[in-house]
Structure formats: C-alpha cells, structure tokens
Design a protein around this ligand. Sequence first.
Ligand code: HEM
Length: 490
Amino acid sequence: MDMTICVVWLVLAIISIAAVVSKSSKRSNASDSVVTRPPPPVVTGIDLLKFLHALCRKDPEAAMMYLYNKLGSIFTLSFLWKRVTILIGHEASIPFFHGLESDVSQGNFNEFTVPMFGKENGYAVEYATRIEQSRFFYDSLKASQLRSHVDLIRQEVEEYFAKWGDEGEVDLKQEFTKLLMLIAGRCLLGSEVRDTIFGEFYTLFADIEEGVNLFSYMFPYMPVPVNNRRDRAQMKLTSIVSEIVRSRKRCNRVEDDMLQRLIDSRYKDGRPTTEGEVSGMIIGLIFAGKHTSTITASWTGACLLTHPKFLGAAVEEQKQMMSKYKDNIDYNILSEMEILHSCIKEAGRMYPAAPVLLRKTLKEISVQTREGGEYGIPKGTTLAHLVMLTGKVPHTYKDPEVYDPDRFRVGREEDKIGGKLSYTIFGAGRHACAGESFAFMQIKIIWSHLLRNFDLKLTSPFPKQDWSKFIIEPKGKVMVSYKRCRMPAN
Ligand code: HEM
C-alpha cells in the first residue's frame, strides 16, 4: 500500500477505532455531566485542511506536530460522531496517567486481546481481578527476580550469534525477532517449551500475533480466517501451557522462570492462579514484550551504526567493562553500562514502538496545560496521549530531532528536568510497562555481545517508520554486514 494512503488510513483508523470501540458511550458526553471549564480547541477549517495535507505529504508525527505548534498541548479531532482529544507533553497528560480509574479508564480499547489471551485474564475479567493479575506481572518482573535471568539470556545470545559465520549480511530485525522469541521461550516459558516444542510454540504464537491487525482490532469476534487461525492457536497454546502447569504440580517440580512465578502467585484472598489464567498471562507477557523489544533493539542498531560518535562511546564502554570484569556479565555489571543504556533509551525516544496510548473519560475531567490553560473534557471522550510527540517537545528535549543519547546522562537528564511524564515510551502510572527492566536487560545483553564480537555496518538506508503497522516498526529490512572481531579482554 502506498505510504501516503497508509498514513491517512492510520490516523483515520485511530479515530474510527475509537468510534467503534466506544460506541457504547455514544449517548454520554456533555448531556451526562455539566462541563464547567471551556473545552479544548477543536481542529476545524483551515487547520484541519493543513493537518490532512501534512498527513498526506509526510507522516502522522509531522501532521500532529503541525497541530501542536498551532494549538498547543491539547486539542480535539472530530471524525463523524466521534471526538478524540489529543494530549501532548508532561502537564497535559497528568490526568491521563494519574487520574483515578473511575475517571480515566483503559476502557475497552484492548478488547481485541481477549481472544488472544483467553477469557480468564486481562481485559476479559473484572477490573479488581485484572489489577491483581497486573501485580503478579510487576512482582515477577521486579529487579530482584530478574537477576537470575541474566545468565539464561546470555546463553541464548551466545548460542544464537555463534551460528553466524565469520562475515556476512543479515536483516537485524529478523534476527532479533527470532532471538527475542528464544529468550522469551527460555526466561518466560521455561525449559519444557524451549528444549522440546519450541518450533511448534513459535508457529502457534505467530498465528496469535497475526490477529493483531486493524480488522481484528475492530471486529475481534468476526469468524474470518485470520481470527479463526488465532482462536485455534490460542486454544492449542492454552492446552500446551496447562499441561506443563499440571505436570509441574503433579511432580512437585519448581523451575526458575516467569511461568513458575505466575503459578505460585496468589490473589489477596489466598486463591491460587488457575491453569487458564497462567496460560493467558504468559501469552500476554510474551506478546507485550517480544515485538516491542525487537523494534527497540533494531532502532538502537540503526541509530548506533549511523552515529560513529556514540557507536565509538558504546564500544569504548564495553572495552572498559571487559578490562574490569573480563567476560563476566551480571545484573550489576549491566547497570554499569550507562552509555549503552542511554543509546537504547534515545532510540526509544525517537522511535517509540507504541506512539499513541488510548484511554476513555468516565467522568468529566479537568486538564491543565503548560501554556496556562484549563480545559474541561466531558465524560465519554477518547483521550490519546502522543508518546511520539511527548518525546519531541523542544521545551523538554534540546534539538529533539537529533539522536543524542547524552541528553539522558548525568548533568543533562533532560527527561527528568522536563517532569516525570516527559518520557512515556513505557507508559506511566497505574498501567506503566511491567517489563521495562526486563526489556533493557535483554537489549543490553544482545548489544553488548554484538559490540564485543562483531564489526557491524548498516548496509540498507536508514529505515523510515512503518506507520501501516499496529506497533510501529522500522519499515522494511534493517540490513547489516558483520565481521567477527573479538574485543580483547584486557
Ligand atoms: C522496549 C520494549 C517495550 C516497550 C516499548 C513497552 C511499552 C509499553 C507501554 C507503552 C505500556 C503501557 C500501555 C498503556 O499505558 O496503555 C506497556 C505495558 C505493559 N508492558 Fe511493556 N513494553 C516493552 C517491553 C515489555 C516486556 C519485555 C514485557 C514483559 C516481559 C512487558 C510487559 C508489559 C505489561 C505486562 C504491560 C501492562 C501493564 C499494566 O497495564 O498493568 N513490556 N508496555
């Protein structure tokens, strides 16, 4: 599909998705509550035309930036009967991330995940249960639990790259897709799947992922082939995981993986998790982490390999790590890799995998802006926080279009100066990403291995963002030539 059509389609799609999934609230709006503050500016007339023109010529980010420069950090886009209020930057996004669930909710925007993860968890269950299941994720993925995963990830990474030749050319995106699935197999699912039926799991999981497309998002229960394949894969995966859970319980076998932590999790009333819940949660975790990490690792590569200054600094840091710790890598050593950390973080700022986050107002809320305005947003409004522009506002980030990992280092820390919600690629607040530390850990282990063992060059042009995708990835292949070149450990 032509890029321009994709871009226009994507933005119209976001608005119409909001219309379809929120149709239950059609009758609400201002009639249900008295809006006492003025509403945000609505994009109309010449601004709307210029917005659509920018959309056709460039991409959604540039089109939204045009509106931000014109109208400020909050404005409303209207499409048919639906209104979506756009929020950009720290100040305007406070109620989005920190409002009460009874005021600002995730609504049913994630309904499409129900057939993917099953009916016993996530968005299929009531809010109180979902919150408890989120707690299981956070507990299982906290730093103290992650330490033991470093060696497992490292083992996967070393085995994977040992299969590369002495020199050659690869598509980094494809390589990371495979490798991150192997890591998920090892750390999240555990040895039963990783060592025996990984191929089958990989194929079934791909069928579930295929269910992430615009049509399935809008009509998740329509019996079309892609949805049917997704449903069959979900049932088969649930039965595989359930059998593993049963077998571990039968033999009193306890493993050190995420699956085990979910098996051992308990609700507040003491109830243990069921096989169906564990199965849905583990599929959900793999889904949440695999593609997003692949994308961020790929952008990190594209950025590093086109910025010799930062590539040099990251290589130098690895040399220092090796002279200090030889080949050892543990959680603390990873934490010392600050330059690599900021290179990954900066790639995420410039190219967020999830550039837009959605919520719905369940009551009238008030939003204050950096510009000093205060607006009332009626009940039933769709809110869209733009991660992609929050990471680009010039009052927070100096020269935001420039790849400059140093902006996060001590002395500058632009994301902190700008406020807690200035860096939202992992979300924030109640629904913040549970896997942020895990994501950094795996991407750092991968890139520290690559920098220590290969001389790499980007051979394809610097990728554009693929706005036709649901999770925004580098468009096309990210081709890299490699030559083995072991860094000396002294
Ligand atoms: C670079 C990689 C990643 C990015 C960019 C990312 C991004 C995000 C974002 C933006 C959200 C919030 C969504 C919202 O507010 O609506 C989120 C939530 C979540 N992420 Fe990640 N993520 C990444 C990796 C991971 C990994 C590796 C895991 C698990 C292994 C994970 C697990 C989760 C979970 C469980 C949630 C839901 C939290 C909740 O609502 O309770 N993520 N992620």
